[in-house]
Design a protein. Structure first.
Length: 389
């Protein structure tokens, strides 16, 4: 929790350099379009800095260009300081996506590369609706992009284009040489794979505290499992890592890797504040679902793609953190037309006895969320408190 900035009280400045420092500490912040209450990136930052507002991230990203957008395990904003370490990702995505997308998407996107690039040279930044206007449009899902939209995404993922911001959550693309400092542009800066793997593994371990080689590989989702395993083996040999055992939620001991002396530092970790916090389903603490389940005993799966009759909980359910425990999950939605935050259901975890004190802490947190989302009131359904599942 401490490495994810959740052990200290949620407080502090949430704009400019201070916000950038927080994102640098987390490594990245995942972007997501679903807006039942607020978008994932906004909820992630708000849960740590309650004074945060979405315009703060937009300014940092689009005006100050202190962040860039690319892929980890999903689309994310990443500190510009890390850009040079994404050259390897550009190369690997270029090879992977060219073959994968030939199978998954309509033919013809490769033939649109130069047309799309020339259009941007001539007309400036574009969105997907500005290109391929004479091409057949599908249903709008990722599986049915028109060729020029696919070309845009490929050129972005492989480094030729850079996303400079979003309008209505739609990406705007420009030529990388117009956005990124010349000496950092792909092709102008050498890409040493071994140096990049070393940086990515070290940076992942810094943000996880302890991990298996597989967890290190999954953090940025650029390093392969074999590369991470080899990096760990070499670091162990050199004494830069040591093997320790961590107790899982079910009492089992799991062997992981950590920097020497980590266990001795445990007493310096602050005690997590007792207040309740709503977390995004894509919070860094929960992004690795299996790791979260092992460490916290919290089984979470997003159900937005599950047919409603088959859902265990709901379309988009938010985990609830109290102190250092995940105590439940809540199904809620912002109804902006009537300015209400409506609470449909809350399921405590089986090990949690829900009390009046917890309800008061929940109400305090929901009032903070209400103010953050600029709503007027919180409204509970009559049977909102459910039995644990």
């Amino acid at each position: 929790m401490d490495r994810h900035a959740l052990a200290e009280p949620p407080a502090g400045n949430a704009k400019g350099a201070d916000l950038l420092d927080l994102i640098r500490r987390l490594g990245f912040v995942q972007l997501d379009s679903i807006n039942t209450v607020a978008r994932a990136h906004d909820m992630i930052l708000f849960s740590r800095r309650p004074t945060y507002r979405s315009r703060n991230l937009k300014r940092l990203y689009e005006r100050d260009q202190a962040l860039f957008e690319h892929w980890t395990h999903d689309a994310a904003v990443i500190p510009m300081d890390f850009y040079q370490h994404w050259h390897l990702r550009f190369q690997r995505d270029a090879d992977l996506l060219k073959s994968r997308w030939k199978n998954w998407r309509r033919d013809g996107f490769e033939q649109q590369f130069e047309t799309v690039l020339q259009h941007i040279r001539d007309h400036g930044p574009v969105g997907s609706s500005d290109v391929g206007k004479d091409e057949k449009k599908g249903s709008g899902g990722w599986w049915d992009w028109h060729p020029s939209k696919t070309a845009l995404e490929y050129l972005w993922r492989s480094g030729a284009l850079t996303v400079i911001g979003r309008e209505g959550f739609q990406k705007r693309y420009d030529l990388t040489e117009r956005v990124i400092e010349t000496h950092l542009c792909p092709g102008n800066a050498p890409c040493d794979a071994s140096e990049t793997v070393d940086w990515l593994c070290n940076a992942a371990l810094d943000r996880l505290g302890f991990a298996t080689s597989g967890e290190l590989a999954a953090f940025w989702d650029t390093v392969s499992a074999a590369e991470a395993k080899d990096w760990c083996s070499q670091a162990l040999t050199k004494g830069e890592l040591e093997e320790i055992c961590v107790e899982c939620a079910d009492g089992r001991l799991r062997k992981v890797l950590a920097r020497p002396g980590l266990l001795e530092q445990a007493d310096t970790v602050p005690t997590a504040p007792g207040r309740m916090r709503v977390l995004s389903p894509f919070d860094p603490m929960l992004r690795d679902r299996q790791r979260a389940e092992r460490l916290f005993g919290f089984h979470y799966r997003i159900e937005v793609f599950v047919p409603e009759p088959k859902r265990t909980y709901g379309y988009y359910v938010f985990p609830l953190l109290e102190g250092d425990r995940l105590v439940g999950r809540i199904d809620m939605k912002a109804h902006r037309d009537c300015r209400e935050l409506r609470i449909k259901a809350l399921w405590p975890e089986r090990s949690v006895k829900w009390s009046d004190a917890r309800t008061r802490r929940l109400e305090a947190e929901l009032d903070r969320v209400r103010r953050f989302t600029e709503l007027d009131r919180v409204v509970f359904a009559r049977d909102w408190l459910k039995d644990p599942k």
